[in-house]
Design a protein around this ligand. Structure first.
Ligand code: GLN
Ligand code: ZN
Length: 771
């Protein structure tokens, strides 16, 4: 039985790639050193996979920034605004496309970035024009194949499949659908596949996650035609089409009928699809079973996986069954062995989890057990596995009866503010007296090296708790003064005490655990260390109050309290799989509700509850969405509805596709939403043409992922465009997202421009009363 892996994390167990990229961007190292780091990491990751004993090992799953971006370069879909950089080395061009570029007379904005399906990984959105041409630059996939084969590895290049690639992109002009570009794209894929075969690839994996989504009949037909065309003639490697994150559902027949050598299905998210797919598998097709969870960290249940694998073997025979993780392991951390000495997670919990390295072993173990038939259940590895799962089920670390009781007692009144928005708005205006087009930021200010050092000095005991507090308070004070000087209306404290918006809360909640090395890539060099929610969640005490209250004590202007919302905490954590996610979300919502109430008691009049992950929780299948929106909205409202009408609730969302869910966002009934919009040039506003958003809204006017400083005019123009769809009384002025990754000089310049833009707008749209 062939085992394989769909992709391995690439940032490095110690985030070496992050360090290298950031040093390269700040000119501390050159391209050669960057490339060497990449090479070293690939080698380490391949060695780990070889050591685990996998039958096929992925290559071209590495990237300096993002695999979708890399593919755009491979197939020559480089937006024309980057043509002046076309002679730059590949990583340089990729970075310019990902981050924008403002130097030596070049001034180009970055490509749009959005979440990879329902994960917290972000990819760059390919841009297509009507007369889009493609041309092959196979350097990267070929070089990585060569490298892997040079190590004697059974390397399987990984590419996003042609349909998914086009579907992930966006049309940059009207009058065509990107799927029409397929006929021009396919020859390039053919050429690439031929080259990979020539380079020694026996198998190539084509990721087609869209096959697990709802497809229109046109797209389904395009799938059939495209793969038929790929398969026709020419000597190609064996193709494995990978689906994941959901079941193939209505596309089962389509997926199983593609003229390829293997189909991969996700049996973690959709175990029931095995029975639907099996009867459809033709003789020449192998079936790859994703039985090890690539999206979560819980130890595999061997007896459950064995049931699935043995069922497939029964139907297809051993030679046509492959065993694999459910999806790329990009979405889980490296190695939980590193947690044993870290002393952060309870030892008991460490026994319940598997990271990427352990998951490779699980894949190989499951395959080796599956061939033993019924005898497998007596294997000591299966017995030990069952015992571990049993210990977890009964662990006192998991169950808190008082929390379960409180969740049961949630009444409908707890899910609503006391009065409708219009009433609240009047009360808030009275309390806050803000100008028109109020300016604010999203919460964080630059997390400079010094700020991060403060935290690490606290952790290592070099700084006492009091010294740490004093230092952070100094930063807060500086930031409050800065915001007053630059002329912002609703201030923030800057979030200096936070490592990460979810981690910070996770660390303070009962039922949540923390890892030392559990890093997962979010985008580019950015990584997060998701909390592990292993048990019932409860707030121990105030989590943010003293910092916010301190900031408020320094100024007359309102300081906005900053909390992370329940859906986002859930979405960005590794969540227990022994109860519905909605139950865990309700527990989180109660904890945030209590925190909001305490902020209010402390005199805070504006509270922002961030829900940037609201969109990524949306189930991929249309049929499952209504249920999600119902409980997710309940949880957000549960967390926000405990405050007085006069307290202004903000929320914030970013880097997702919002247009199709704008009515659901409105249902959250936040008084103000600040929402990322500038990277897509306010495309977001299209949604407001059909749906008039009922509350206040601040579409972001500064793309904070780019080192570019937007001019006052640029932001003014974006705001004027916003005014075409948003009444002038309800428009806020703010950046796209938090500023933690920016430097101070850019922050100063951009915020000053932003405040000027708001003032200019006030002058134009609310002329001062004549004297
Ligand atoms: N308040 C957070 C910040 O400013 C929000 C971050 C986010 O949306 N991802 O950093
Ligand atoms: Zn954001």
């Amino acid at each position: 039985m062939l085992t394989h892996n769909l992709g391995y994390p690439r940032i490095g167990a110690d985030r070496e790639l992050k360090t290298a990229c950031e040093r390269y961007w700040s000119n501390e190292i050159g391209l050669q050193e960057l490339e060497e780091t990449g090479k070293k990491l690939r080698k380490i990751h391949w060695e780990a996979q070889r050591e685990a004993g996998l039958g096929l090992i992925p290559c071209n799953d590495f990237s300096f920034y993002d695999q979708t971006l890399d593919l755009s370069l491979t197939v020559g879909a480089v937006p024309p605004r980057f043509s002046r950089l076309s002679q730059a080395p590949l990583p340089e061009l990729a970075f310019a496309m990902a981050r924008g570029c403002q130097k030596e007379g070049v001034d180009v904005v970055a490509m749009e970035m959005t979440k990879w399906f329902d994960t917290n990984y972000h990819h760059l959105v390919p841009e297509f024009t009507r007369d889009q041409r493609f041309s092959l630059t196979p350097d990267k996939p070929l070089a990585e194949l060569k490298e892997a084969r040079g190590m004697g590895l059974p390397a399987k290049p990984v590419l996003i499949g042609p349909l998914s690639y086009l579907l992930l992109g966006k049309e940059k002009e009207s009058g065509f659908h990107r799927i029409e570009l397929l006929k021009r794209l396919l020859p390039v894929y053919r050429e690439l596949l031929t080259e990979l075969k020539r380079g020694g690839a026996e198998w190539v994996q084509l990721d087609e996650p869209f096959l697990a989504l709802d497809l229109s009949p046109e797209i389904a037909t395009a799938y059939r035609d495209a793969y038929a065309q790929l398969a026709a003639g020419g000597s190609l490697p064996k193709l494995l089409v990978a689906t994941y994150f959901a079941g193939v559902g209505d596309n089962a027949r389509l997926a199983a009928g593609l003229p390829v050598s293997a189909l991969h299905i996700d049996l973690v998210r959709a175990p029931a699809q095995l029975e639907e797919v099996l009867p459809l598998i033709p003789h020449e097709l192998s079936l790859s079973l994703g039985v090890v969870d690539g999206r979560n960290i819980w130890k595999n249940d061997f007896s459950r996986s064995l049931r699935l694998v043995q069922r497939a073997v029964e139907a297809l025979g051993e030679e046509r069954v492959m065993v694999a993780p459910s999806c790329s392991l990009l979405h889980v951390p490296y190695d939980c062995a590193l947690e044993r000495d870290a002393g952060m997670l309870p030892a008991e919990v460490i026994d319940w989890i598997s990271f990427a390295r352990q998951k490779l072993d699980e894949v190989v173990t499951i395959a080796s057990l599956a061939v033993k038939g019924g005898a497998a259940l007596e294997d000591p590895r299966v017995i030990a596995n069952a015992q571990s799962l049993e210990r977890r089920r009964h662990s006192p670390l998991i169950h808190r009866p008082d929390v379960k009781e409180r969740v049961k007692g949630i009444t409908p009144e707890k899910l609503r503010r006391s009065s409708p928005f219009a009433t609240r708005r009047a009360r808030q205006q009275e309390a806050l007296a803000l100008p028109s087009f109020p300016t604010t930021t999203i919460g964080s200010f630059p997390q400079t090296a010094e700020v991060r050092r403060l935290r690490s000095r606290l952790t290592s005991g070099k700084l006492s708790a009091e010294e740490y507090r004093a230092e952070i308070e100094r930063e807060i004070e500086r930031t409050v003064r800065f915001q007053e000087e630059v002329g912002l209306d609703v201030l923030v404290h800057g979030e200096y005490e936070r490592n990460d918006m979810v981690q910070y809360f996770g660390e303070q909640l009962e039922g949540c655990g923390f890892t030392r090395g559990g890093w997962v890539q979010s985008f580019g060099s950015r990584c997060v260390r998701p909390p592990v929610i292993f048990g019932d969640v409860e707030r121990r005490g105030p989590m943010t109050v003293s910092w916010t209250v301190f900031a408020q004590s320094l100024t007359e202007r309102p300081v906005k309290g900053m909390l992370t919302g329940p859906v986002t905490i859930l979405q960005w954590s590794f969540v227990r799989d022994d109860q519905p996610r909605s139950d865990t979300a309700r527990q989180l919502a109660l904890a945030i509700r209590d925190e909001a109430a305490e902020l209010e008691q402390g005199g805070i009049r504006v509270i922002q509850i961030d829900e940037p992950a609201f969109r990524e929780g949306v189930p991929l299948k249309l049929a499952d969405r209504a249920a999600y929106f119902a409980w997710a909205a309940d949880c957000f409202r549960l967390s926000t509805s405990g405050v007085d009408d006069a307290t202004q609730i903000h929320t914030h969302m970013c880097y997702s596709e919002f247009n199709d869910i704008i009515d659901r966002i409105a249902a959250l009934d936040a008084d103000v939403i600040t929402i990322e919009a500038s990277r897509s040039q306010m495309e977001l506003l299209e949604a407001f043409k059909e749906f008039s958003y009922p509350n206040d809204i601040g579409p972001g006017v500064w793309d904070i992922h780019s080192p570019r400083i937007p001019s006052c005019e640029e932001m003014f123009d974006l705001l004027e465009r916003a005014l075409e769809c948003v009444p002038k009384e309800r428009l806020w002025v703010n950046p796209d997202c938090g500023l933690k990754t920016r430097g101070w000089s850019e922050t100063r310049a951009a915020l000053a421009n932003m405040v000027f833009a708001a003032r200019a707008l006030r002058e134009r749209y609310f002329a001062p009363p004549a004297r």
